[in-house]
Unconditional design. Structure first.
Length: 319
């Protein structure tokens, strides 16, 4: 096999020269002004395909073919005049330039391809590092075939061994928390129906039984009929964030209960002096100003007490 590849460019050189000679002889009457054009093409193609050696070999064979078939006296390997020597020399010089240019272009093309592959590999490595650092994965859902592709990071976020995901939606669905499956289905359907970006938070259960929060995002690609054919997106673990949110909610609920049942007049406001929380004692003592206790939250303190002195308003603003 190696021997075949080694001598293949030279075989191409011989074949290109033979074809150029046959075509030139076949249409010699019509192509006599540009008899060398086909040989130039043969040299260029050989140099592009086989490199410098193949191009030079085609150049030499072309010189012999032109001398033998086209230069008087024909069918003899001899040169009768200085003009013929000059013509053959000019052909050889131009062919050599074509060979060098073709080889240079081919090498440049190879260097560009090598550099492109290197940049792609480096970009993929950087993306992989970034995804690992951000605890993110990539997914690609072909909605025509139903096949889903996951990045290795996606599999890790779902607690699966690398390469174990079989590309089926049913496998993905089986990883979801039972209480979140319908929510994911509805979120995807809503995004596709209204052609808006997909975003949804849900839980997955790892094979070891642990529960992890995920946030999925994605965008669909539609055909000319407006039907989705593909959906691409990311998955990110948000377990720590969700735990923090739940903790804050629990603390807020505890604080709300504390304020609500405090035996004193107690209220909390935001920066615009709107009610956030108020104790029952506050609502009871100021019931003449608060006809509907449930409607108090979010109302401005100044709307509830319009007769509040200006110095209190200024104190609130400075505070």
């Amino acid at each position: 096999m190696r021997l075949y590849r080694r001598f293949l460019p030279y075989g191409f050189s011989i074949g290109a020269t033979v074809i150029a000679a046959l075509l030139t002889l076949r249409w010699a009457a019509m192509m006599s002004p540009i008899a060398g054009s086909l040989f130039y093409m043969a040299v260029a193609m050989s140099a592009w395909y086989g490199g410098l050696r193949s191009g030079i070999m085609t150049l030499l064979l072309s010189v012999l073919a032109i001398n033998y078939y086209l230069t008087p006296p024909t069918y003899q390997l001899q040169v009768a005049s200085a003009e013929d020597i000059l013509r053959l020399g000019l052909f050889g010089l131009v062919s050599l330039m074509i060979t060098l240019l073709s080889v240079n272009l081919q090498e440049s093309k190879h260097r560009i391809e090598t550099l492109s592959h290197k940049l792609i590999d480096e970009s993929a490595d950087r993306l992989r590092v970034a995804l690992n650092a951000a605890q993110m994965g990539l997914w690609d859902w072909n909605q025509v075939t139903g096949e889903i592709a996951w990045s290795p990071e996606h599999e890790q976020l779902f607690g699966l061994p690398l390469g174990s995901f079989d590309g089926r939606y049913e496998t993905f669905d089986a990883c979801l928390h039972p209480d979140d499956r319908s929510g994911v289905t509805q979120a995807v359907a809503r995004a596709l129906t209204h052609q808006v970006p997909y975003q949804h938070e849900f839980r997955v259960i790892w094979p070891d039984g642990s529960v992890h929060w995920m946030e999925g995002r994605g965008n669909a690609i539609y055909n000319t009929a407006g039907q989705s054919v593909r959906m691409i997106g990311t998955i990110m673990e948000i377990t720590e964030r969700k735990q923090t949110e739940l903790l804050l909610q629990e603390r807020e609920a505890t604080l709300q209960l504390f304020i609500q049942y405090a035996p004193v007049r107690l209220a909390m406001f935001d920066r615009e002096m709107r009610y956030v929380m108020a104790s029952r004692q506050w609502i009871k003592d100021y019931s003449t100003h608060i006809p509907e206790p449930l409607a108090l939250m979010g109302r401005s303190h100044y709307d509830v007490f319009p007769d509040l002195p200006d110095h209190w308003r200024q104190a609130h603003q400075q505070g």
